[in-house]
Design a protein around this ligand. Structure first.
Ligand SMILES: O=c1ccn([C@H]2C[C@H](O)[C@@H](COP(=O)(O)OP(=O)(O)OP(=O)(O)O)O2)c(=O)[nH]1
Ligand SMILES: [Mg+2]
Length: 156
């Protein structure tokens, strides 16, 4: 399903299973926490996954939240998606955050807490210039195309 060779993966914690896809064709492999974590509302924690990888140059690992945990418990990743550089050989870690305003999130060692996607990435160079070409968007951004009126109620 890919023209890339299998990615070398070191299991730093033998008690944690190989990352795996829940279903054939899934974009990501699930990552587990190596530690129990209790996250009070609004709190975050950096947790280990027990794995290290050697991604091919020209690819990047992206750490995404799991949608089920996000929808059910408000659990997400602070820096989503986390960036795992091809040259990184340390343990992949995940900076989890509890976005739920009221409920504590309790995670146990071995729970699947996030997912790792591997994508090809262009390693472009940058060249300094004096001006940029004209486009219809120009410098417009951050809502310049409209569509936000009425989304926020007066006084909120
Ligand atoms: O969710 C993440 C994000 C990053 N990393 C590791 C792999 C990545 O290659 C390295 C550096 O990440 P990043 O470049 O996002 O962090 P930084 O704050 O810029 O650190 P550095 O100065 O080390 O680049 O940390 C993780 O294990 N998990
Ligand atoms: Mg960096």
């Amino acid at each position: 399903m890919t023209d890339l060779p299998a990615v070398p993966l070191l299991r730093l914690d033998p008690g944690i299973p190989m990352p795996a896809r829940a279903h054939t064709g899934d974009a990501g492999v699930d990552l587990c926490t190596t530690v129990d974590v209790t996250l009070e509302p609004g709190r975050r924690a950096l947790v280990g996954t027990g794995i290290a990888v050697a991604l091919p140059v020209g690819t990047v690992g992206l750490i995404h939240p799991r949608s089920g945990l996000a929808a059910k418990f408000g659990l997400s990743v602070v820096n989503t998606p986390g960036t795992v550089d091809a040259g990184y050989r340390g343990e992949i870690k995940v900076c989890l955050i509890n976005h739920d305003p009221d409920r504590v999130v309790e995670l146990r060692r071995g729970d699947r807490i996030a997912q790792l996607l591997v994508q090809k990435v262009e390693l472009v160079d940058f060249v300094e210039v004096d001006s940029l070409d004209d486009t219809s968007r120009g410098a417009g951004g951050y809502g310049s195309s409209g569509g936000h009126a009425g989304l926020v109620k007066e006084g909120s």
